[in-house]
Structure formats: C-alpha cells, structure tokens
Design a protein around this ligand. Sequence first.
Ligand SMILES: [Fe+2]
Length: 135
Amino acid sequence: MIQWDESLTTGVKEIDKQHKEIISRINKLISMTDTEKELEIDKMLRFLGGYVIDHFNHEEEYMIKYQYPDYDQHKGEHIKFLKNYSSLKKLFDSEGASSLIINATERQAVEWLVKHIQQEDKKMATFLNSKMKKT
Ligand SMILES: [Fe+2]
C-alpha cells in the first residue's frame, strides 16, 4: 500500500486532492485478491485513462499559466505515461484480464506515478507555490 506522507504533498491544494484520489484508487487495487483484480482491472484502466489524464491536463494548464520553465520535460513524462497506458489498454482489449496485464498496470500505477509525484510534481509545485503567492 502507498502511504500518504510529506514526500507526496505538493502544497497545491487542487493537485494534492487529485493525487489523493488517484492513490486511494491504486491502494484499492493493490489490496484486492487476484480474482477481484481480474474483475476490477477494466475499471482501473478506465480510471487511468479518464481521471488521470484530466489530472495531467490540469497540471499542464497550471504550468502554462505560470510559465513553468521545465514544462517540456514534465509534459514529456506525462506523454510517456500515456504511451505506456495505451499499450496496456491495447493488450487488455486483445487478451483480457491476464495476470501479465494486471501486474503491469499495478507496476505502472505504483512505480511511475509515485516517482513522478515525488520528483516532477514536487519540483513543479515548488515553482507554482512561489508564483501563486505573488498573485
Ligand atoms: Fe505531473
């Protein structure tokens, strides 16, 4: 399970709220039995393709609005996630809920997202927080 702690907190209210929602969904998946995972993986993929993408757009709007200097790099990571996501989705559409796809989705969600929040989002938020205070 992913524990919410200081390393995940960005201090940008809206972004933290969305990250908490994403992490609680990932935790729900992690805590399921294999049979439950098979049933829920479809929903999880939909969530990643819907809510998470909206969340990326939200971050990108902030970065554009406040002219974040590392926008390209950050956006590049979002694109990497989307590419991985669409290959997972394609695999799911052709093979169904195999253990391969369940493991890959879990790994992608946990490793990529947590690392992304702790590194890229934190860095972005430090910048945003300093700009937001001035306006
Ligand atoms: Fe991000």
